[in-house]
Structures are given as C-alpha cells and as structure tokens.
Design a protein around this ligand. Structure first.
Ligand code: SF4
Length: 237
C-alpha cells in the first residue's frame, strides 16, 4: 500500500477512531499496526537519553521489521548517551542513522555567538534539534516517538496517534499512556540497556549544557533549561 494514500485518506474522525481503538491495546499492538501500515516509511526517533525510547527500540526489534531508527546528535550530548547508542546498535544488530545539525558548534558560535544555549536556547534547539529532525523526517510518512503524558504538564494531553502538521507526518506515541513505573518494569523484565545517568539523579537527559539534576523531584524535567522558562526543545510541539 502506498503510504501517501493512507495519510490523506484519514480524516479527524478516523484518527479519533484509531485513538479510541489503541487506548485498549498494548504499545506492541500499536507498533505492529504502524509497521504493517507503513513498512519502511515509519521511523523511530531515539534520544538514547530517556528510557522510553529504549523500550520502543526493544519492542521494534522484537517485531523484526527493520524499522529505521534516527538519533539526533546535537554534538553536545553526554558521553554516556553516545556510548548507549553504539551499544544498542550492536545489541540489536541495527544501523542507527545519526543526524547532525547543518552548523558545527564553531560555525554556530561564529554566526550567533558562543554558548548560544545560554542566551538564546530556542534558536540553539532550532538549529541543533528541530531543523535536523525536520530533515530526518522528510523521507517518511509516519514518526514513532517515546513521549508520555506523565512526563510533564506540556505533554499531558498527547494522543496515541496524531497528525503532526509541522512535519507533515502521522505521529505515533505508543507509550503516551504508560507510566514511568511501567517503562522501568519493561526495561527490567527484558533487560533493556539504558543510559546509566538515569541512575545518577538525572531523570531527564538532553544536552550537557542544558541538563542538571531536577530541583523539583515531582517534575522530572525540572533539571532541563534551568533558569529559563523553556520546558521543551521544540521537536514535539
Ligand atoms: S538542549 Fe541546550 S545545547 Fe541542546 S540544542 Fe537545546 S539549547 Fe542547545
């Protein structure tokens, strides 16, 4: 089936019907559906920071359909994150497409000033995350993401399946309704590799300059962009 015909066939009512159907199903069921519908036209983005992406990577590997995996490398990630991406590629026997920003850090500094993340983090995320994601998603018709409703108030309304207007893709969030506890239960049950920094007081991981220990233990993302009102890098909004 040509995926382009699938996307444009679905209207709001049909998406709502799919959401209603998926609510009672497992994430594996949603991934099975997505890979059957889209085959190689659906891609998983994995940050190798948080645990949810690792769960989805493991579930997709069990499906064995060779679903493409993209890793957005901002050039500012933790060594543990890079090490996990390499370890996961070996463990699952997959090739992970690593996407870099168009600008190197030096070029970014020359154009916008050094340490852009301090004086204009939105522009920095735009250059190093949002644009590379847009380019990475361009060949695909559907995108699998690990975001969950319980991660933050800004994600509390996320659906299992939705149309992402900016990237013009169908976005699937198979773990949207899972809790942190369910994620870790899966990881321990299936011995899924995860970022060791998650055991060292970093419940949410991104780039090194913008990731700190959370100041509010009830908000796992409160260690991101500390001192600014920013709560999202922009790739999910
Ligand atoms: S998280 Fe920080 S360093 Fe990373 S792209 Fe965004 S502003 Fe830049």
């Amino acid at each position: 089936m040509d995926p382009s015909t699938v996307i444009f066939h679905w209207n709001e009512e049909e998406l709502q019907h799919l959401n209603d159907t998926f609510v009672g199903q497992s994430p594996e069921y949603i991934l099975h559906w997505a890979t059957e519908q889209f085959d190689q036209d659906v891609v998983l983005t994995c940050s190798f920071g948080g645990p949810s992406g690792m769960v989805l990577l493991d579930m997709l590997s069990r499906l064995g359909r060779g679903t493409p995996v993209v890793f957005l490398d901002t050039d500012l990630l933790f060594p543990e994150t890079y090490a996990l991406a390499e370890a996961a590629a070996r463990r699952y026997g997959i090739t992970i497409e690593r996407r870099h920003p168009a600008l190197s850090l030096d070029e970014q500094s020359q154009q916008f000033g050094v340490q852009l993340y301090e004086h204009d983090p939105d522009r920095c995320c735009g250059i190093r995350k949002v644009k590379p994601l847009a380019e990475a998603l361009r060949p695909y018709h559907a995108w699998i993401s690990g975001i969950r409703r319980d991660q933050s108030s800004s994600r509390s309304q996320v659906s299992l399946i939705e149309w992402h207007a900016r990237h013009q893709v169908l976005k699937l969030n198979p773990l949207a309704l899972w809790t942190e506890r369910e994620v870790w239960s899966y990881i321990h049950k299936h011995n899924v590799p995860y970022n060791p920094l998650l055991d060292q007081g970093y419940p949410s991981l991104g780039c090194t300059p913008c990731t700190h220990h959370p100041h509010n233990l009830d908000d796992p993302r409160s260690g991101r962009w500390v001192g600014s009102a920013k709560t999202e890098c922009g790739i999910h909004v």
